[in-house]
Design a protein around this ligand. Structure first.
Ligand code: BGC
Length: 440
């Protein structure tokens, strides 16, 4: 179990299991081109997720998984960053730093704690979060589902269940009815392709038995014969339902109230081919599956990129020898962002928002360097005429990094685990200044 918990999630996703990799020529982007003005209303902000920052998300499937035995989680989320109570302070801080947008998640497990029973008080909570964004001049970008689902939904089979799409769409409709008028942009699912990307990886075999044991224990504790999370679901049964859930939720959200762009966010690392006959193209297509097509029918694509993966003719290969690695166990490679923006723009023809991009590190100067190089990629894409409308850095706060617990720090702002005191790092000031100056 320990070994499984120690696997880097993205390394698992990336399957960095091979031996030495060939050195790849760096991707030089649009060097020497004159900068074009930024699109009007370019969004600068940070991205967060409900379960990772709010704390005490006790009706969620993963809360149970974190606290069951056996578990894949290094530690439980517990209070997280207590953002459920401290959202106003966080939003005020983001505004003070210089941002004009804020991505956060609404938690289905809070809003619908029992099937068909919606909590007006919890919807009011998210209404207050939206109001705080507006009061502080931040455009709110809302994620309807960021990997957690209500426990009752998981114990009836999650998205493996035939009627799951209707249930998700019903939640989307209820949430939009109250929150829609204040939303600036929304994504139905965060990284809708994560289950596929994770499970496509050869290393998934190593953690699958541990995950199965964990969810079997969750099922037993729930008095059910099943318990299906989003990311570990049986794709043959869940993926088509989840695509349908997106489509129905998309319609429900577009029906209003409110009139704002709706899309999906997609996890995609730059997939680079190594040597003749490499399978990079096929691997990239496999990692996104049906989701790029689904995104193409929406209003925008949210791209979420952290690193690159290298693919030769046999499959995945390790990062080049001597490459700088991040604290998440994969390569420091901010240039990946330009490649994935181009990939998504070409595949969908839709406007792109960078809805996540960031680095786990203990050395904040490396975060500044990462941001600097990633922003240069965004600039180069815009110079080439690609419609990029925003950059949302992952993440505002050091937070609960899923199975890895609190050890991997992606935040621009440090959070004291006892007092919840927020302390901006130099990278927060750096990115905030660039945001305020609207300077890519
Ligand atoms: C997810 C976040 C996660 C981040 C850093 C993204 O794939 O959406 O929830 O914390 O990566 O690993």
């Amino acid at each position: 179990m320990g070994e499984a918990a120690n696997l880097s999630r993205r390394a698992v996703m990336a399957g960095v299991a091979g031996t030495a990799a060939a050195a790849l020529a760096p991707v030089a982007q649009a060097a020497g081109k004159a900068p074009k003005p930024l699109p009007t209303g370019f969004l600068w902000g940070t991205a967060t997720a409900a379960h990772q920052i709010e704390g005490n998300n006790i009706n969620a499937d993963l809360w149970l998984a974190e606290n069951i035995k056996p578990t894949l989680f290094a530690e439980p989320s517990l209070d997280a960053c207590d953002a459920y109570h401290r959202y106003e302070e966080d939003i005020a801080l983001a505004a003070k730093l210089g941002f004009n947008a804020h991505r956060f998640g609404i938690e289905w497990a809070r809003i619908e704690p029992e099937p068909g029973k919606f909590s007006e008080a919890e919807l009011d909570h998210y209404l207050r979060v939206l109001e705080a964004c507006h009061a502080h001049g931040l455009a709110p970008i809302v994620t309807y589902s960021h990997w957690t689902v209500p426990r009752w939904f998981a114990m009836r089979g999650g998205f493996e269940h035939a009627d799951s799409s209707d249930l998700f769409a019903r939640f989307a409709e209820k949430a939009t009815a109250k929150l829609g008028p204040l939303i600036h942009a929304a994504a139905t699912f965060n990284e809708a392709n994560t289950a596929r990307a994770l499970q496509a990886n050869p290393m998934f075999k190593t953690i699958a038995p541990f995950a199965r044991a964990m969810f079997a224990a969750c099922a037993k504790a729930s008095g059910s014969d099943r318990f299906a999370s989003v990311v570990f679901a049986d794709l043959d049964k869940s993926e088509a339902n989840q695509v349908l859930a997106h489509e129905k939720a998309f319609q429900a959200i577009k029906a209003g109230p409110g009139d704002f762009p709706v899309g999906i966010t997609i996890a995609l690392q730059a997939v680079q081919g190594v040597g003749e006959g490499n399978k990079a193209e096929a691997v990239a297509a496999q990692l996104v599956g049906p989701w790029m097509g689904a995104a193409a029918k929406g209003d925008f694509v949210g791209m979420q990129t952290y690193t690159r993966i290298l693919i030769d003719k046999a499959g995945l290969v390790a990062a080049p020898k001597g490459a700088e690695m991040t604290a998440a166990g994969y390569e420091f490679y901010p240039e990946a962002l330009g490649e994935t923006i181009r990939y998504a723009a070409k595949a969908t023809g839709k406007p792109i928002y960078v809805t996540e991009n960031g680095i786990a590190t203990e050395d904040d100067t490396r975060r500044v360097a990462y941001i600097d190089r990633a922003l240069a990629e965004v600039r180069a894409c815009i110079n080439d005429g690609i419609d990029v409308r925003g950059y949302l850095h992952w993440s505002l706060l050091d937070n609960f990094e899923w199975v890895f617990g609190y050890k991997q720090r992606f935040g621009l702002v440090a959070v004291d685990r006892q007092t919840f005191r927020r302390t901006p790092k130099p990278s927060a000031t750096y990115l905030g200044k660039r945001a305020r100056a609207n300077r890519l």
